[in-house]
Design a protein around this ligand. Structure first.
Ligand code: LLP
Length: 433
C-alpha cells in the first residue's frame, strides 16, 4: 500500500487509519471525503522536528492551507503549533472563524486587492508575502492610514525549473508570481520596500513548484536566495531576518512513485543553509517552509458508490461513480495519477479487466482515472476508493451541474466525526435570488 495508514481487514475491506471504509460509507453516505487526522498531525510533527533540528529553534513550518482549507484544519494547525500560508480573504476568514491566531499567518497571492489587504491588516495578519510593486504601494498606503508598520517578505523567482507539471511550476523567471532575481527586479523591489516607512522588510520567499521529487531543488533554490541576500546586504545594508523556502515536496499517488524522506531532506537543506550563511557572513535567518500536499494528501481518501458499468466490446469499459470532477478535478486539469481500489473487496482478482473510472457530470472530460484494473464483475453497489485525495480535492471542488459537495469526515484515534457537512440542495442554491 502506498501509505502506512492503509490496510485491508479480514473481510477484505479497505481500512484507513485502522477504520473500515465500508462501515464509514454506510454511516456517512457517499461520495465521502475521509481525512486521517492522526496522519496529518504526524506529518506536522515531522516538519516541526526536522526544521527545528535543521535550522534551529526560530524555524517554523507553515501549512499551505490552499491544499485543504476548512475550519477544523486550522484548529489542528493551531494545536500543532504550525504557521499557515493563506492566499485569499476567504482562507483568512476561515482561519479566523476557527480561532487561528493570524499573527502566524503569511498572506500570499499575486493579485491582492485593496480590500484583501485592508481586511488582512485589520485582522492583524502577521506577514504579507509581497508579489509586486503595486502591492507594496497598497500596503504602504493602507498601513500609513492606520499608522502601523507591516511586516513583509518579498516573493522572488530564483529561476529554477523544478521538473513538475506546468500548472504548478512557479520558480522560473517567466512565472506570473514574484520578482525575478535574474532581471534585476528583485533588487528593485528590495530597494523600494526598504524606502517605505510603513513597511518592514523581514526577508525573502520563493516557491519553486509543487509535487517535486528532485531533492536537489531546495538546495539549488537556497543557494540562489542566500547569494542574493548577501549581495543585498553588501550593496544596500539589508539584513535577512527570514527566509521562506516555500512548499512542494511530492507525495506518492501510486506504488511506482518515489518516496521522499522529507526529514532527511530538510536536514540536508539545513546543513547547506548553515554552511552558506557562514561562508557569506550572513546571520542565520529564521527559516520557513510551506508544505501543503505533503501534510494532507495521503491522509485523504474519497469513497464513491459504483453505479453504471458500461462495456463497449472491442473499445472500452466505463465504471461510473456518484461523484467525479466536481469533487476531484485533478485528472481533468492535470491528468493526475491516482490509485483506485474496490474498497469492499480489495483482494479480488484485478488482472483481467481495465476501465475508465468516470463521474456523473454531463461531459466526457469528467474522468477520475483511466486504465484502472478492476475485478471483472465490478457492479452497481460496489464501494470504490480513490486514494491520496487529501490535498487539492475538497479545496478545488465545485458545484458544477449543481452537484452538492461531499462531507469531510475526520478519523482520529479510532473515532470518526464530521468536519464539513454534506451540502444539501438548499446550500447549492442558497445565494440564488
Ligand atoms: N507555497 C506557495 C507559495 C504555493 O504556491 C504552494 C502551492 C505551496 C506553498 C504548497 O505547495 P505543496 O507543498 O502543496 O506542493 N492545484 C494543484 C497544486 C497547486 C499548488 C499551488 N501552490 C494540484 O492539485 O496539483
Amino acid at each position: 500500500m502506498i501509505c502506512n495508514n492503509l490496510s485491508v481487514n479480514e473481510e477484505g475491506h479497505l481500512c484507513l487509519g485502522g477504520q473500515d471504509t465500508v462501515m464509514l460509507a454506510a454511516k456517512y453516505g457517499t461520495p465521502l471525503y475521509l481525512m486521517d487526522e492522526d496522519r496529518i498531525r504526524e506529518r506536522c510533527r515531522v516538519y516541526k522536528k526536522a526544521m527545528c533540528e535543521a535550522f534551529g529553534e526560530s524555524a517554523m513550518p507553515l501549512y499551505a492551507s490552499k491544499a485543504a482549507s476548512f475550519k477544523q484544519i486550522y484548529r489542528i494547525m493551531k494545536e500543532e503549533g504550525m504557521g499557515v500560508d493563506v492566499v485569499s480573504s476567504g482562507e483568512i476568514f476561515t482561519a479566523l472563524s476557527a480561532g487561528y491566531p493570524l499573527e502566524h499567518a503569511y498572506f500570499h497571492s499575486n493579485n491582492k486587492t485593496d480590500e484583501d489587504i485592508a481586511y488582512a491588516m485589520d485582522n492583524g495578519i502577521g506577514y504579507f508575502v509581497v508579489d509586486n510593486r503595486e502591492e507594496l504601494d497598497a500596503i504602504e498606503r493602507i498601513a500609513a492610514e492606520w499608522n502601523l508598520t507591516q511586516k513583509v517578505l518579498l516573493r522572488l523567482t530564483p529561476g529554477i525549473d523544478p521538473h513538475t507539471y506546468a500548472a504548478v511550476a512557479t520558480g522560473k523567471v517567466d512565472s506570473k508570481f514574484g520578482s525575478a532575481i535574474e532581471t534585476g527586479q528583485a533588487e528593485e523591489m528590495t530597494l523600494y520596500a526598504l524606502s517605505l516607512p510603513h513597511v518592514h522588510l523581514v526577508g525573502y520567499h520563493c516557491h519553486v513548484g509543487s509535487q517535486v521529487f528532485d531533492s536537489d531543488v531546495f538546495l539549488r533554490a537556497t543557494a540562489i536566495m542566500l547569494d542574493f541576500a548577501s549581495k543585498m546586504k553588501e550593496k544596500h545594508g539589508f539584513e535577512l531576518e527570514e527566509l521562506d523556502l516555500g512548499g512542494g515536496y511530492g507525495v506518492r499517488y501510486r506504488d511506482e512513485d518515489p518516496e521522499i524522506d522529507i526529514y532527511a531532506n530538510i536536514l540536508q537543506v539545513g546543513m547547506a543553509v548553515k554552511a552558506q550563511c557562514t561562508a557569506l557572513g550572513l546571520k542565520m535567518p529564521a527559516v520557513r517552509m510551506e508544505p501543503g500536499r505533503s501534510i494532507v494528501a495521503d491522509a485523504g481518501m474519497t469513497l464513491y458508490n459504483v453505479g453504471t458499468v458500461k462495456r463497449i466490446p472491442g473499445y472500452k469499459n466505463y465504471v461510473s461513480v456518484d461523484g467525479g470532477m466536481t469533487d476531484n478535478p485533478r485528472f481533468a486539469l492535470y491528468h493526475s495519477s491516482y490509485t483506485v481500489l474496490l474498497a469492499n473487496r480489495v483482494n479480488d482478482d484485478k488482472s483481467t479487466f481495465r476501465c475508465s473510472v468516470v463521474g456523473r457530470c454531463c461531459e466526457s472530460g469528467d474522468i477520475l482515472q483511466e486504465d484502472v484494473p478492476m475485478p471483472e464483475d465490478v457492479r452497481r453497489g460496489d464501494l470504490l476508493a480513490v486514494l491520496t485525495t487529501g490535498a487539492y480535492n475538497y479545496s478545488m471542488s465545485s458545484n458544477y451541474n449543481r452537484i452538492p459537495k461531499p462531507p469531510v469526515v475526520m478519523l482520529h484515534e479510532g473515532e470518526s466525526y464530521v468536519a464539513v457537512k454534506r451540502e444539501a440542495f438548499e446550500d447549492v442554491c442558497a445565494n440564488d435570488i
